[in-house]
Design a protein around this ligand. Structure first.
Ligand code: SF4
Length: 377
């Protein structure tokens, strides 16, 4: 006899094959353990190959966390420090420019900039980071500030989101990263990060960024206090905004790392959970072009496997990652380009270097014949 779960999966399969959208109820049903993970992966792979063929995207990037001092105390965060904590730091202009030089010397096309909300630093100090980096290294795409930071800048200055984003854009901001999303549903958000930018504010900042021509990414922190209902709600909210603006580029599911956090009693999500999350995200977010398997959090093996479970991007070489290593990530802090390419090839995909906006990067002076935009690095 065919079970209800199998019947529902059969009808979901038909919809996916026909390119039809999954309902919220159907999406939630996919989190049930009785839904075969490999079947899910097969379906997600169908969508992944339809959208991106065999491409396995990566970029050459560098991280910059200007400060770890933070006024907030999110329960999942191992990175933050108190104002008078010995671990607390604020990077000087000289250190920031040195990082920029290191990025350019390593061939980075992108600098990913996020950090804490320092009790004593004014908005101008954050604006200055974008200004000096952009003036000195104009070729670096600055992907900076989550809505949590933008919201903090609005609070500090009493200015509007549009004003702050416009000024940052004029100073050299290239796009917004996807962080600060965590879990949108208030039942969870109120427990893991109750004080920082709320769900409404997170969406409003992305909406305004998109209207100003700034692309952005989106994330979901899974494996802490949420359940299938909350994860589904999170994905559907993102899908709705993407329908409205089309400004998101990629979705990045982020696995919770418990070490040194106030949720250290919760085990970190298994590889199977990570693959299930990637596959379901690919199936639900039918209007997102890209899914990223962030190897820093997933581990190299799971990230590689995720390339067959919906992901088409493995993130970058990443130098100077601090946030997830403070929370116990055991991955290296940097991968060489050869290592990344090998990981992608071993997974049966074609490694393609991209810039932040998913334009192919050409390092040999050859033009791509596909007619896509070209960046010569
Ligand atoms: S997650 Fe961000 S906002 Fe929350 S405590 Fe950590 S650094 Fe601060």
């Amino acid at each position: 006899m065919i079970s209800a779960v199998q019947r529902s999966l059969d009808s979901i399969r038909e919809k996916v094959v026909c390119g039809e959208r999954l309902s919220s109820k159907e999406s939630e049903s996919l989190w049930d353990d009785s839904v075969d993970l490999h079947e899910l992966g097969e379906l997600a792979n169908l969508v992944r190959e339809r959208k991106n063929g065999d491409a396995g995207y990566y970029n050459i990037n560098t991280h910059l966390n200007p400060t770890n001092v933070c006024v907030y105390r999110c329960s999942f965060c191992a990175f933050r420090a108190d104002l008078r904590d010995d671990r607390g730091y604020w990077m000087t202009d000289e250190q920031i420019l040195q990082r920029g030089q290191e990025a350019v010397d390593a061939g980075s096309t992108e600098m990913h900039i996020v950090g804490g909300l320092h009790h004593q630093k004014k908005y101008d100090a954050y604006l200055n980071i974008i200004q000096i980096l952009h003036e000195t290294y104009p070729s670096l795409h600055l992907k900076a500030w989550t809505p949590v930071e933008i919201n903090w800048f609005c609070h500090l200055t009493k200015r509007s989101i549009k004003d702050i984003l416009s000024e940052m854009k004029s100073a050299g901001l290239g796009s917004l990263p996807g962080g600060g999303a965590e879990i949108f549903h208030p039942e969870v958000r109120s427990k893991i990060c109750e004080h920082k930018a709320d769900t409404k504010e997170w969406f409003e900042i992305h909406r305004i960024a998109h209207s100003l021509g700034l692309r952005s990414n989106a994330t979901m922190l899974y494996g802490s206090l949420e359940n299938a209902y909350h994860r589904t709600d999170h994905l559907i909210r993102l899908r709705d905004l993407q329908d409205e603006t089309g400004g998101f580029q990629t979705f990045i599911p982020l696995a919770f790392h418990p070490d040194n956090t106030r949720l250290s009693h919760i085990p970190k999500p298994s590889a199977a959970m990570s693959l299930r999350t990637m596959a379901i995200s690919r199936l639900v977010l039918d209007n997102f072009d890209h899914m990223k398997a962030y190897w820093i959090m997933l581990g190299l093996g799971t990230a590689q496997t995720a390339l067959a479970y919906g992901a088409d991007d493995i993130d970058g070489t990443v130098r100077h990652e601090l946030i997830y290593h403070d929370a116990g990530a055991e991955t290296p802090e940097i991968l060489t380009v050869d290592k990344i390419k090998n990981l992608i090839r071993e997974a049966g995909r074609e490694p393609i270097e991209r810039d932040t906006l998913y334009r192919r990067v050409d390092r040999n002076g050859h033009l791509w014949e596909s007619g896509e935009a070209i960046v010569t690095a």
